[in-house]
Structures are given as C-alpha cells and as structure tokens.
Design a protein around this ligand. Structure first.
Ligand code: F0G
Length: 451
C-alpha cells in the first residue's frame, strides 16, 4: 500500500494508523469508532503532494477521450484524489461511474424548481452506486493479498462485491437477511459466483455476525465500514461538481441506510473544497424510510450525540437498516453542510418512484425517497425555487421489479397506508390489461387516452 500518501484517521478519537494496520473489522482499537482515509500531503499548502486544482480539472476532462482503459472508469479518472493503491495498475474496474445526470422536467414543474436533476447511480455496471466503492476497496483487497472477501448486505453491496471479486479472481462470501432482499440482487450474487448465506437475521444481525467471522478467518470485510469503500463512493461528488463546471448545486439529497453513501459524498465535496476545486459545498440532506429512521430520531432527540437502534421495517428493502454503522459520519455531514434529515412514508416512496418512472427514469424504491423527501423540504420552505437540487438515485429499477409490478397492480400498499393518497396513486398506476388479439380490442384500450 502507498502508506506515504494515505493514512487512516479515527473519526471518533482522531487516532492515526497506517492503512496496513487496520483491524479486520475496521474499528479503532482505542475507541471503537470507524476510520476515514486521509492524505497528509494535501494539507501542506505548497507541498509536492498537494494537487493543483487547475491542472486536475484539465487532466480529468482530457481522460474522457483517453484510450487508456483505467481512464474509462469514472472512479479512477479522478485517481489523484484517491491515491490508495501501490500501483494503479492493480485497480479492478468494470468501468463504473461516469453516470448520467438527468434534468427532471415534470418534477421540476410540479415542485416549482427549475434546476432539479437526478444523478442516476443505478446506471453503474451492476446497477447500483455500490460499484464505485467496490472498485476501490476490492483493489485494496487484492493488493493486500486476500483470497476471500465478504459483506453483509441488503442486496446491492453483495451484487457489486460478487462481480468485482469475480473480476479480481477472489472468492466471495455474502450474508443476507433471508426473504428480505429483492430477487434481482440475489440473482446477481449467484451469477457472479458468490457463496451466499441467507440468514434468519436482519441486515444489522448479518453485519454483526460477519464482524465476528472476519476476526477469526483471513477474510477481507467489504461493507462500508471499510474506509476504502468510501474513497470510491466519494467520486460521484467530483462528477457532479464537474457537470456544473465546478459550481456545485445548492442541495444534494441522498437516501440513508447504513449511511456510508452520504458520508462518502460529504467527504468528496469537503475534499474538493479543501483543495480549492470548488468555492462551496452543497447542503447534503439524508432521507430515510419512516420505518427505518434511526438517524432522523438521533438528530431530533440527541442532535446526533447518540443513536438508538430501531427494528427496521420498509418495503424499500435496500434501506431496511435499524443500526447504521456510519451514523456519526453522516450526522456530521448533515450538520456541517446545513442539510436536513427526515423520513417519508411507504406511500410517499411508492408515489415518488412512480413519478420518476413517468419521467423515463426508473429507480429502486430506496432511491425514490430522495424525491419524496424533496417534496417535504419544499413544503417546509427550506428549498427555494431558484436553487439547484440534485437527487442521488442509488439503484436501477430492474433490481426490484416485484415492487413496481405490485404498485401498478394495486397490491403494494395497504388501505391504511394509502389513506388520503388514493387519487394520486390511481393517477400513476398503469396496470397491464389482458385483451383479445385484434386491432379493435387493442384500440379500445386507448379510448379516452388519445386525441
Ligand atoms: N439505496 C440503495 C439502492 C442501496 O442499496 C442502499 C444500501 C442505500 C440506498 C443506502 O446507502 O447504506 O450507504 O446509506 N444498500 C446496502 C446494501 C446496505 O447492502 O446493498 P447507505
């Protein structure tokens, strides 16, 4: 590892260690908190290791038309800001990142915000934002000589890990909550050759168990407690800043589960600011499902001083997490950037997902919490009509087709959940209909809908 360039700093007590000295569970030996990667050279104002903003912006743009394979990765294109490998030649890439930023004309109009965009991280190679963090941490796993990697997952981490492990020639172990992950994700882990254990436990139970396992066997932990995951996951912040010609949006809205993603994006923007690449940082808001909202509660009750785990329930299974590992980091990001943390109901999530679908942008239910949350922030008057907002869509719609079909068939939500929102839901539903195979019958289905 290139320990001259990076070290790990404990988020809790500030203890610093060399990357190679991290414990298998990535917890601080002094206080038990998580680590962050830091680059000491960057703080020496005129030091040789400090990146030059103008040169970097030019170089990263040039790489978009480069013939070199590594430059085709939207993560490693920014490799000067994640010097975590001995050699970049060791990077395991599936050409992740470089995801699209879409304008949302319908939602913009409905919410009265001109500049509303979606950064669609579901357009990554395995269909979720996890790929950006998996390329970085898997590369470290291989450089350090591990043969086995493992994660606990609500589905997307396992899909990404299995794929990158296969590319790296490593073996992978997946622990998932039995019956509580979307089929699309489970099928990916199987396809990419992971050993998949479905446990009679929730995500939090799976992660606790895995933490014990990695202490007993030489298996590299690839959950987002691994700080090298966050190094890759910070790069969408660079892409967003670049897309706005280094004038960052006013608001970034992110779903919150285990809270690694919001932590990583906050770190990405913070580093851009510290290095002089951007003049300010967006407000970063985190949205949780009402039934899986421990961070919302923590901030409301203790201002983020402590977190009471909850028993999580939501159909947005990706964020069905009651005891998020990175909650301290995420709380800091929200507080430092002046963002908000709130929760949305099952009906609000389903409606927002269908609205995004109607814009031609399918996503997972967990991603749709961002639009549902924005509606609330707009109603509270904290997002102004002339501000620029970016929603981070974290997963592809095909990950959880059952959810979408149930919504359109009208079987997803209970009557109680739908109360007061029946008309809104009915207007969005597009159930498939069975018709005779004749032109007249098909055209009859369009009655009242064309012309
Ligand atoms: N959106 C999707 C689609 C996810 O898969 C996840 C997390 C999140 C949002 C929340 O991100 O945990 O960084 O706050 N999925 C993890 C998994 C937990 O195992 O795939 P977070």
């Amino acid at each position: 590892m290139n320990d001259n360039l990076h070290q790990l700093r404990c988020f809790g007590c500030g203890a610093r260690i060399a990357g190679a000295d991290a414990l298998p569970d990535f917890r601080c030996a002094v206080c038990g908190d998580l680590f962050e990667v830091e680059y000491p050279g960057w703080s020496q104002r005129r030091g040789p290791d400090r990146p030059n903003p103008g040169a970097l912006k030019w170089l990263w743009r040039e790489r978009k038309s480069s013939a070199e394979a590594l430059d085709h990765s939207g993560v490693w294109r920014f490799r000067e800001l994640l010097p975590i490998l001995d050699s970049f030649g060791n990077a395991i890439t599936l050409f992740e990142g470089n995801t699209p930023l879409y304008h949302l004309p319908r939602a913009s109009k409905a919410l009265g915000i001109d500049q509303l965009f979606a950064k669609h991280q579901g357009m990554n190679p395995t269909g979720s934002f996890k790929d950006t963090g998996m390329t970085s941490a898997m590369s470290v796993a291989r450089e350090r000589g591990f043969e086995w990697v493992a994660c606990a997952s609500t589905g997307n981490t396992s899909a990404a890990m299995a794929a990158y492990a296969a590319r790296a020639g490593l073996r992978s172990l997946v622990l998932i909550p039995d019956g509580k992950i979307a089929w699309g994700k489970l099928s990916q882990a199987m396809d990419y050759g992971a050993i998949t254990c479905q446990l009679k436990a929730d995500f939090d139970g799976c992660l606790t168990l895995l933490t014990q396992i990695v202490k007993e066997a030489p298996i590299y932990l690839l959950n987002s407690v691994n700080p090298y995951r966050l190094e890759g996951q910070k790069t969408p912040a660079f892409e967003i800043a670049e897309a706005f010609d280094w004038n960052v949006p006013d608001h970034l809205i992110v779903p919150g589960g285990n809270l690694g993603n919001s932590s990583a994006l906050g770190k990405g923007f913070r580093e851009l600011h510290e290095l002089g690449l951007v003049a300010r940082i967006p407000r970063i808001s985190v949205i949780q499902a009402e039934g899986a909202n421990p961070l919302v509660r923590s901030l409301a009750v203790t201002h983020g001083a402590s977190l009471e785990p909850v028993e999580a329930h939501t159909r947005a299974t990706a964020i069905r997490i009651g005891n998020p590992a990175s909650w301290r980091k995420a709380a800091r990001v929200i507080q430092d950037t002046g963002g908000w943390c709130l929760d949305v109901t099952e009906a609000e999530i389903a409606i927002a997902k269908a609205e995004l679908g109607a814009e031609g942008l399918g996503c997972e239910p967990a991603s749709a919490v961002t639009l549902a949350g924005l509606k609330k922030l707009r109603a509270q008057g904290v997002v102004a009509s002339n501000e620029t907002v970016v929603l981070v869509l974290t997963g592809h719609t095909l990950k959880d087709a059952d959810y979408t079909i149930d919504f359109h068939r009208g079987t997803l939500l209970t009557d109680e959940e739908k109360t007061g929102k029946e008309a809104e839901i009915d207007a969005l539903r597009r159930n498939a209909v069975v018709v005779d195979a004749t032109p007249a019958a098909v055209l009859a289905t369009l009655k009242g809908k064309v012309g």
